[in-house]
Design a protein around this ligand. Structure first.
Ligand code: ADP
Length: 492
């Protein structure tokens, strides 16, 4: 019985042991699972932390980005305003409180270095009273070497980064009454340079890389605008100087013109009155010579007759000269009334050729006239234009040797007619061609010594042509003849 009980107890103990073993095993398994769970829980916790951290980062970046976008758009507006300003002081006035606050700052100063006075001058002061601005200016000038170094080195100082050798952060913060700041050099290519300070008292603000970039761009823009303004100022000033010079020159020229007009009028008046005075005695001389020649005061010997004929001839020449002089001065002073009418050109030329026919015959010179159908009419004063042809064809006759030829050719275009009087004579040397239209000018050569003349004919011709609003010129080669060309208005 005892044995049975012992066996039974043993079996119970054994079964309990087995079940304990099983339970222990299960417990181990459970522990393992719990460990695994713990591990994954920790992992999840880490991940959750990472997510939160990333979210914070993202928010910050988003904020940064928003700030940057606002800053950039403000900068764009501001740049547009600044770049259209052409006055130095106005450029700084455009950086108003509004733009500054949009950029996240409420305090700003800009100072430019003046090489002449050797000090910084204040150009911009926002967020400071007058006395504070003055204090800033004085303090900057006391520490000018530091600011000049910063400026010349093109370095930017900020509350985040102070370049080596520059003033310390606290000093700047104290002077400009700011917790965070940026100081950026303004470096135009020409003229005075300087720097701009922007700052804020907000203790939560931290200067970012983006803000530093924006203020650098702004400082560059100010520099460029200063260059533009200075260039404009320079151009404007030189234009003003030029205008003053032009005005002065115009005034001088007008005065000279007036003076010349007066002199010319005096000369014309003088010639006119002298010519008049000369005409009366000349007529008497001619008259007496004619009476004597006619033998009305008794017979005269042939020798005296010859002398009298000479007096008569020379008197004629003198009368001719006096008349030419009178005409020139009359035309010059506008005293001649032109009776301009539409006339046929050919009959005028024919009449003159007819008048001079004896001389043509005497030298066996041929005369040709070529007037095309469509250039037949001219608008002229008949008697004046006759004098033009008499002088030009007369000269051609004088300066063309025997057996030569003279021609009058015409061509027209666009309401203008051009007449060419051409000869096969001695021609005119180049240097004399510009002078032959001057009063009393005669080419100084052996040919002219044998040809009579006064040097007034071409002057008169030029005056007549110009009174008709035409031009006259000569083309010639020595020994190859000369061509006198002039223009006139025509109707066809
Ligand atoms: P004048 O014939 O009375 O000397 P003009 O004024 O008519 O005065 O001419 C000025 C000068 O121009 C002449 O002296 C002459 O030297 C030169 N000249 C004018 N016409 C001709 C010509 N057809 N050929 C050569 N020389 C000429």
């Amino acid at each position: 019985m005892l044995n049975l009980m012992f066996i039974a107890i043993c079996m119970v103990i054994a079964s309990m042991g087995i079940s304990l073993l099983f339970k222990m095993q299960r417990l181990k398994e459970l522990e393992k699972r719990a460990d695994a769970l713990n591990a994954s829980l920790e992992e999840m916790d880490e991940q959750a932390k990472l997510i939160i951290r990333t979210d914070i980062e993202l928010n910050k970046t988003q904020e940064e980005l928003d700030k940057k976008i606002t800053g950039l758009s403000t900068l764009q507006q501001l740049s547009r305003e600044i770049s259209t300003t052409l006055e130095e002081k106005q450029i700084f006035k455009k950086i108003g409180k509004f733009y500054l606050e949009e950029l996240g700052f409420e305090k700003s100063s800009a100072l430019l270095w003046d090489n002449l006075t050797r000090e910084f001058h204040l150009y911009l002061s926002i967020g400071y009273s007058e006395s504070e601005s003055l204090r800033i200016k004085d303090a900057v000038n006391t520490d000018k070497d530091y600011y000049l170094d910063l400026m010349h080195g093109g370095k930017t100082a900020s509350s985040v980064f102070i370049p080596e050798g520059f003033l310390d952060k606290d000093k700047i913060c104290q002077l400009f009454q700011a917790n965070e700041f940026i100081i950026c050099p303004i470096t135009p290519k020409e003229g005075n340079q300087g720097f701009i300070f922007v700052g804020t008292q907000n203790i939560e603000t931290r200067i970012t890389e983006g803000e530093r970039e924006i203020i650098t761009i702004l400082a560059n823009q100010i520099g460029q605008s200063l260059d533009n303004a200075r260039l404009f100022e320079k151009t404007w000033r030189s234009q003003q100087e030029l205008e003053i010079k032009v005005e002065e020159r115009t005034r001088q020229l007008t005065e000279t013109m007036e003076e010349l007009k007066k002199i010319s009028k005096r000369k014309s008046d003088f010639i006119s009155s002298v010519s008049h005075e000369l005409r009366t005695p000349l007529t008497s001389i001619k008259g007496y010579a004619a009476i004597l020649l006619a033998g009305k005061l008794g017979a005269i010997p042939d020798e005296i007759k010859e002398r009298l004929a000479k007096i008569n001839r020379h008197s004629d020449e003198l009368v001719h000269m006096v008349n030419d002089l009178l005409d020139i001065s009359r035309i010059e002073s506008g005293k001649v009334n032109m009776h301009v009418e539409t006339l046929e050109l050919a009959p005028i030329v024919e009449k003159v050729a007819d008048l001079l026919s004896e001389q043509f015959k005497a030298k066996n010179i041929t005369f040709n006239m070529l007037i095309p159908e469509d250039c037949k009419k001219i608008m002229v004063d008949r008697s004046q234009i006759e004098r033009v042809f008499i002088n030009l064809i007369g000269n051609a006759l004088k300066f063309t040797p025997e057996n030569g030829s003279i021609s009058v050719g015409v061509h027209c275009s666009n309401k203008t007619i051009q007449v060419d009087v051409k000869d096969t004579g001695f021609g005119i040397p180049q240097e004399a061609q510009e002078k032959i239209f001057e009063e009393f000018y005669r080419v100084d050569n052996t040919i002219n010594q044998g040809v009579k003349g006064t040097g007034l004919g071409l002057t008169l011709v030029k005056h007549i042509i110009e009174a008709h609003r035409g031009n006259i010129w000569v083309t010639s080669k020595l020994g190859e003849g000369a061509t006198f060309s002039f223009t006139l208005n025509c109707t066809e």
